[in-house]
Design a protein around this ligand. Structure first.
Ligand code: NAP
Length: 265
């Protein structure tokens, strides 16, 4: 049976780990040729190896999405390598913790550069290729924290909220050309976004992990998502199954954004 993305080519940023890797594997299984774009070469090459072991096609390109020239080169190279570009997933993202008075200007600028400007650069340079392919899909990975505020992550919340509005704006400009732009808003997902936590001293790391588990338990569903559950939603937005979905911010968040966290039992 033909896959849902047979004959398509996709670029997925931040696909060297976590949600991006799960999306790369899922898209490749559905027939897409995948460009894995990431800062982390080892992680990116691992994703490529996993896709190939699964019978799919993928290649790695080293890219910092905060560098507009690198994003342009990556997207052009991806389109050249596979002869077309149909799908862009702007997934790469970082978070830095600290209340406004404690967050450095450098950290603020870096989070905005990666999480918001990186999404703009990706769209800007992918759109001409998507048009040439006769239309396509852009999926911007925002967050539940682009909708509801969380403690001590001002830059992350601002960037992810901006991604939702940027998604809507791009959707307005390009829907008539068959380029659908949508956002995904995951809740707590069990990934290595926490891998950054691996660099922390053990006590801080354990505390951060425990806090994350406790927060996830407050979501109506009571647990973190598996990255595959986010990849399934990305596949929906990338495929023709979502042909009338334009400018949406699809929450895949276990109910995190629908309710104040009430205690059970
Ligand atoms: P992850 O495991 O940390 O993976 C992110 C990947 O992006 C890493 O391989 C990372 O490389 C790469 N990356 C970071 N900065 C980059 C840059 N400037 N250019 C290119 N690649 C870069 O994170 P994840 O949990 O899968 O998150 C993926 C997306 O989902 C992010 O946008 C995140 O904000 C969003 N999200 C995550 C959750 C969650 O609970 N996990 C919830 C809501 C939304 P390095 O390892 O070298 O940094």
């Amino acid at each position: 049976m033909a896959g849902k993305l047979e004959g398509k080519a996709a670029v997925i940023t931040g696909a060297g780990s976590g949600i991006g890797r799960a999306i790369a594997l899922r898209f490749a299984r559905e027939g897409a040729a995948v460009t894995v774009a990431d800062l982390d070469a080892a992680g990116g090459e691992t994703t490529v190896a996993q896709v190939e072991a699964d019978g799919g096609r993928a290649r790695f390109v080293a890219c910092d999405v905060a560098d507009s020239a690198a994003v342009r080169t990556t997207i052009d190279a991806a389109a050249a390598a596979f002869g077309r570009l149909d799908i862009l997933v702007n997934n790469a993202g970082i978070g830095v913790t600290g209340r406004a008075e404690d967050l450095s200007i450098e950290d603020w600028n870096r989070v905005i550069a990666v999480d918001l400007s990186g999404v703009f650069y990706g769209a800007k340079y992918a759109i001409p290729h998507l048009r040439r392919a006769g239309g396509g899909a852009i999926i911007n990975v925002s967050s539940a924290f682009g909708i509801v505020a969380a403690p001590e992550v001002p830059a992350y919340c601002a960037a992810k909220g901006g991604v939702i509005m940027l998604t809507r704006q791009l959707a307005v400009d390009y829907a008539r050309e068959g380029i659908r732009v949508n956002a995904l808003c995951p809740g707590y997902v069990a990934t290595d976004m926490g891998g950054r936590r691996a660099a922390l001293p053990p006590r801080q790391r354990d505390a951060a992990n425990a806090r994350r588990e406790a927060n996830a338990a407050l979501q109506p569903i009571g647990r973190q998502a598996h990255p595959d559950e986010i990849a399934a939603a990305a596949l929906y937005l990338a495929s023709d199954e979502s042909s009338f979905v334009v400018g949406a911010a699809l929450c895949v968040d276990g109910g995190e954004t629908i309710s104040f966290p009430h205690l059970f039992g």
